[in-house]
Design a protein around this ligand. Sequence first.
Ligand code: HEC
Ligand code: HEC
Length: 295
Amino acid sequence: MVRTLVLLALAVIAVLLLAMGGVYLLSEAKLRDFTPGPRFTQAIPTDAASIERGRHVARTRGCMGCHGQQLEGKDFDEQWDWPERAVAPNLARYVREHDVATIEAAIRQGIGADGRALTSMPSFNFTRLGDEDLVALIAFLKSAPIVEIDLPTPKLGWAVRWSFAIGEEKHMAEWADAVPPLRVDSRAEPQRARGEYLALTMCNECHELDVRGLSVFPPPTPDLAMVAGIPRANFETLIKTGTGLNGRKLGLMELVAPDRFPELTDSEIDDLHAYLSSLVNEPAPENVFWRPRRN
Ligand code: HEC
Ligand code: HEC
């Protein structure tokens, strides 16, 4: 009798370990399932104008908000529990320890230095960054002094591994791959093209990959074609403060907007406003995985 119980207990433990091993292996396979783009090899400038351009890109794209105001890194333990423990690395140090191809793959393709897809870094928001802005951004990061703080080791919990294993969760290389191309012809419509570029590298973190609304993070975000109904001056206040027209707090947007968008120049705001307003004339695509249904 005792022997049977012991055998049974051992069998249960063996099954459990096998299941955990399976989830682990499947999730690791999933995190390595992507096709990397061509290796990026452009030279990084060192002149003051490029570094200043790069600082502007870093500020408006939120690098400091998540990686620390001095790029020293940040532990997201309190804010996000979904991966179990997300830690944004020290960027000033990272760019000195890795080659340009590795840095580009992390920023634009959602691929980490260890060869696995990233899980929390919103690379899809930077996928459409142009080469010129990208090299300026890296130039700025390389010029920043290294500030050291103690950072814990990041951890992917079992719940997250499970969602990757069963294919419920998409990793950042998949999200990055799904970002629509820039469509507006910059010679025919230069202002709309500049606005599209800004929208698809600043607002699509939360307003979905094509900025036409709904979001993987609650609450659902609006289709930014609604900007057509917002006068330029109110639009400026809204994006610089993250507070809606009637004083309504905009959740996540209120959290990041004051860190990122007060830095936008008047002409960048003009371009963004012009592009987003023009979207009322275009139907929002329905056949995309990030917006399966509208309600
Ligand atoms: C919403 C928060 C957030 C923003 C915004 C953000 N990052 Fe990250 N980043 C992270 C997290 C978290 C990680 C750790 C990897 C992970 O969990 O996906 C990370 C990782 C990285 C890595 C290392 C990838 C690796 O493991 O090899 C680089 C490089 C990086 N980020 C650069 C940037 C740059 C440049 C910007 C601004 C253009 C930026 N990040 C904006 C959160 C963010
Ligand atoms: C970090 C996430 C995040 C980013 C980045 C972001 N937004 Fe938002 N935005 C939100 C959320 C959340 C809401 C409000 C959803 C709700 O409560 O209805 C919102 C609402 C809005 C609204 C509607 C305001 C209202 O009064 O209803 C506008 C317009 C808007 N965002 C524009 C932008 C623009 C333009 C950008 C890029 C420059 C941007 N957002 C970037 C998260 C974000």
